[in-house]
Design a protein around this ligand. Structure first.
Ligand SMILES: NC(=O)c1ccc[n+]([C@@H]2O[C@H](COP(=O)([O-])OP(=O)(O)OC[C@H]3O[C@@H](n4cnc5c(N)ncnc54)[C@H](OP(=O)(O)O)[C@@H]3O)[C@@H](O)[C@H]2O)c1
Length: 408
């Protein structure tokens, strides 16, 4: 649209779904030790999108040591500005050259952009933390949830993958079970918010609500059916095995993050008419017995996990209450009687898909890199490259191949 260029400069449109973070604990104050706080040049790629805008907000909230903030989007947005918390930021077009001098690049502009530009950014010395699915299952790229497997960051080749939002909120809870009574099998059904599909989906959902109120037909272009007043058992495209790509991400990403390549996992992913926060019904078969009381204690001990569980007062995690928080909320913890010997546990997990499910975890990864002195790629630090996971959870260090790292 040529009119975009003629109208510049203008403020990029798009909803900022909440203006400030609702802190639910002091644990995640985001403090990075002073001695490591040299200002860094940070790029946000996809800065006009719902995740990118949340990233900018979280960098500010957590007082991330940003010297220069370089905001990038497509050529359509170059010359516009993004306004966050009263400050206006210019947008530049994302190109390889735009990453010169960048220390950390937070990507959330889709898989195609990540596949093309992440290696170019890494080749220029930037460390990319990528929100798309482009690099997640690449064996030489670490896939990291900050409180689960931060050690996997050590050998990063200049690209680090941020997991899918549904996987993100699930694996810290599974980690607690893995480390105490052992994991045998996981069945998870997701109830995913519309913001998980980005700004266009939010606009379509709002349009369908307005159409319903005024008695007009509901237009659906982002999803195959109207999402307003509906539940769609399709998130992303279908694979040959009958699962959707989203469902299979939960299966494969959970295995990689937990270092359990043979973990039995099944998922049904459902899109629901909620703006922010994904909810999940989870059923787990454990190796040893696990009581609901013990499970609540184990879950509550995980950094960033909060228990909301009192049936007497109808207290349980709600999407509306999780929105705006960086925590993962767990409730409805109970025995699953379909599994013998007290080895079945069922629960409900809710988290803000834009924050912990995307932007917050990316910034937490960046904080871990600073804290551990791993901002630069492993090769530049003389560290062993990240390896290939093998059965039984072993992490086998292997030479870097010629895929992503060829450019890094
Ligand atoms: N939404 C979530 O909950 C969530 C969670 C985890 C991961 N993610 C991932 O994060 C990414 C972005 O999601 P979103 O929800 O923020 O989508 P969105 O609201 O649609 O925003 C997309 C962003 O990508 C930019 N972009 C598109 N084409 C580009 C190009 N050729 N070069 C540079 N920038 C380009 C857009 O810039 P323009 O404005 O210039 O078009 C916009 O800033 C996706 O990979 C998604 O899978 C999203």
């Amino acid at each position: 649209m040529t009119s975009d260029r003629e109208e510049r400069p203008e403020e990029a449109s798009g909803p900022l779904l909440y203006s400030r973070r609702a802190r639910t604990s002091d644990r995640d104050s985001g403090a990075v030790p002073d001695m490591t706080r040299q200002p860094l040049t940070v790029a946000v790629v996809g800065a006009t999108g719902v995740v990118g805008r949340t990233m900018i907000q979280i960098l500010a909230e957590r007082e991330f040591p940003v010297g220069e903030l370089r905001l990038m989007a497509s050529g359509r947005s170059a010359g516009r500005t993004v306004s966050i918390e009263g400050r206006s930021h210019d947008i530049v077009e994302a190109t390889g050259d735009a990453f010169d001098g960048v220390d950390i690049a937070l990507f959330s502009a889709g898989g195609d952009v990540s596949r093309e530009l992440a290696p170019q950014a890494a080749a220029r010395g930037a460390t990319v933390i990528d929100n798309s699915s482009a690099w997640r299952m690449e064996p030489t790229i670490p896939l990291v949830v900050s409180q689960v497997n931060p050690g996997d960051l050590e050998g990063h080749p200049g690209i680090i993958a941020n997991p899918n939002c549904s996987t993100m909120q699930l694996v810290p809870i599974l980690m607690a079970i893995r480390d105490s009574v052992g994991l045998e099998r996981v069945v998870v059904d997701t109830y995913q918010a519309v913001s998980g599909t980005g700004g266009d989906a939010i606009a379509e959902f709002e349009g369908q609500i307005r159409a319903h109120v005024s008695g007009q037909p509901k237009q659906a272009t982002v999803y195959p059916h109207p999402i307003a007043f509906n539940a769609l058992p399709q998130v992303d495209v279908f694979l040959d095995n009958g699962y959707t790509k989203e469902e299979w991400k939960v299966v494969s990403e959970s295995r990689k993050i937990l270092h359990l390549p043979e973990l039995r996992v099944s998922c049904t992913a459902v899109r629901v008419p909620v703006f922010v926060s994904h909810s999940e019904a989870v059923h787990v078969e454990t190796r040893e017995p696990l009581s609901p009381e013990r499970a609540r204690q184990l879950f509550a001990a995980v950094d960033g996990v909060v228990i909301r569980d009192d049936p007497a007062t109808s207290t349980y995690p709600l999407a509306s209450e999780a929105a705006g928080s960086d925590d993962i909320f767990v409730g409805r913890v109970r025995h699953d009687p379909s599994i013998e010997d007290g080895r079945g546990i069922a629960f409900w997990v809710v988290s803000d898909n834009l924050r912990k499910g995307a932007a917050t975890n990316a910034v937490q990864i960046a904080e871990e890199l600073i804290r551990r002195g791993w901002v630069k790629a492993a090769a530049a630090r003389g560290a062993q490259p990240y390896g290939v996971e093998r059965p039984h959870g072993e992490l086998v260090r292997e030479p870097v191949g010629a895929s992503a790292e060829g450019s890094a």
